[in-house]
Design a protein around this ligand. Structure first.
Ligand code: FAD
Length: 390
């Protein structure tokens, strides 16, 4: 059994690390100053400038097929790169990406939506959650009623990331209530903001609030159906599935950086005439954090590896998301504790991480939903104990 990275994986990982360290991390001090002034951490122009610089290093479209100028990297390599990005608290991501389901676009939609999104000229958001349908996404109500060659959308989506900035939304709507959500009664639509939906910013405890989107008789032409009529929910679940191994990949980088800070602090901060790291209480927090971090690393990499094998990654990804999200919350909490009062201040990024990582246990499937998936797979015999080695 070989747990090492091959030369290519290591080279890409190291280049990503060098880029994040040299080009992104220098913005961190300014980011904390902005945080104290309640301003966004990074502007859209700054992000774009960084992404274009990264393009010159070869980082463009990690998951995007080569025919669109992307790298089409294996999931394991994407996971390694997201871990590098997770080391910085600047909300950075490499450019050249589009929502995975946007690749279902037909020729006309490719030109109008997909390619401009990859190029960073248009911003998308994905909307399935509604005020009455979060974990229970099959309970969505936003209605699309056919009217000639158009569809008329009425209803509300909520907690939509990028909802305030997006030029268009990928909206999952009910097109046939009788068929039901799981029976082919939903469809995904590409809906320009210019078609008439409006967004309202939602204040949260983290960076960059999501938005609610309000649809009141929004008319959408039939040509804006993404994929096929009746496949909206299926596309929605595919969109959500992607993040299930990338979210905990990012968490690994955050936990590693934070734990590194705690180790350094434990060795230098003195109380009662000796470094706090000389106390077993502190040593145990460090030991537990490193152990959990390492356990999460292998769950995450196995989930990514499962994606690369072309087998159903759902079970492995749910375990990675559940454990990885919990792990980073526990690690950041201990790191804050080790820093004492300093950990609680806005001089350091720890309190920011503390607020930010809380989200990971909620969005793209709460802890409870991941547990539901994992246990259901086992109880119904969809998966065997022992994973792929069984
Ligand atoms: C910052 C942020 C960004 C988001 N971005 C997007 C986005 O871009 N697009 C999008 O469509 N959505 C997005 N979401 C929505 C997100 O996916 C939902 O908030 C999430 O799925 C939970 O749904 P809910 O908030 O309605 O909670 P609920 O479903 O109401 O759940 C409330 C609590 O009950 C628990 N619970 C529910 N059912 C069960 C059960 N059967 N058994 C045990 N426990 C249960 C849940 O786990 C949770 O703890 C975002 C949310 C946030 C906060």
């Amino acid at each position: 059994m070989d747990f090492s990275l091959d030369d290519e994986q290591r080279a890409i990982r190291d280049t990503a690390r060098a880029f994040v360290t040299r080009e992104v991390m220098p913005l961190e001090a300014e980011l904390l100053r902005r945080e104290r002034r309640h301003e966004p951490g990074i502007t859209r122009d700054e992000l774009r400038e960084l992404q274009l610089k990264a393009r010159t290093f070869g980082f463009w479209g990690m998951d995007t097929p080569e025919e669109y100028g992307g790298m089409a990297l294996p999931a394991v390599v994407q996971s390694l790169i997201w871990t590098e990005i997770g080391r910085t608290y600047v909300p950075f991501r490499f450019g050249g990406e589009a929502d995975n389901i946007l690749f279902e676009a037909n020729d006309a939609q490719r030109a109008e939506y997909l390619i401009p999104t990859i190029e960073g000229e248009r911003i998308s958001c994905f909307a399935i959650t509604e005020p009455g349908a979060g974990s229970d996404a099959a309970n969505i109500r936003l209605a699309a009623r056919r009217d000639g060659d158009d569809w008329v959308l009425n209803g509300e989506k909520t907690f939509i990331t990028n909802g305030n900035d997006a030029d268009f939304a990928i909206v999952v709507a009910v097109t046939d209530p009788e068929k039901g959500v799981r029976g082919g009664g939903t469809t995904a639509f590409l809906v320009d903001r210019a078609m008439g939906w409006r967004s309202e910013f939602i204040q949260t405890m983290g960076e960059g609030g999501p938005a609610s989107l309000v649809f009141s008789d929004v008319r959408v032409p039939s040509r804006n159906i993404l994929g096929e009529l009746g496949r909206g929910f299926e596309l929605g679940m595919r969109w959500i599935g992607k993040g299930r191994y990338l979210i905990p990949s990012h968490a690994l980088g955050t936990a590693e950086r934070a734990l590194g800070m705690a180790i350094e602090y434990a060795n230098t901060r003195e109380t009662f005439g000796r470094p706090i790291g000389a106390n077993q209480a502190i040593q145990w927090m460090i030991a537990d954090s490193e152990t959990e971090l390492e356990a999460a690393r292998w769950l995450v990499l196995r989930a990514a590896w499962t994606v690369d094998q072309g087998t159903d990654p759902r079970h492995a990804s749910s375990m990675a998301k559940l454990y990885g999200a919990g792990m980073v919350n526990r690690v950041v909490d201990r790191v804050l504790q080790i820093h004492g009062g300093m950990g609680y201040t806005r001089e350091l990024p720890i309190e920011r991480w503390y607020r930010q990582v809380r989200l990971l246990r909620i969005y793209e499937g709460t802890d409870e939903m991941q547990r539901l998936i994992i246990s259901r797979d086992l109880l119904r015999g969809y998966t065997k104990l022992g994973g792929h080695l069984a």
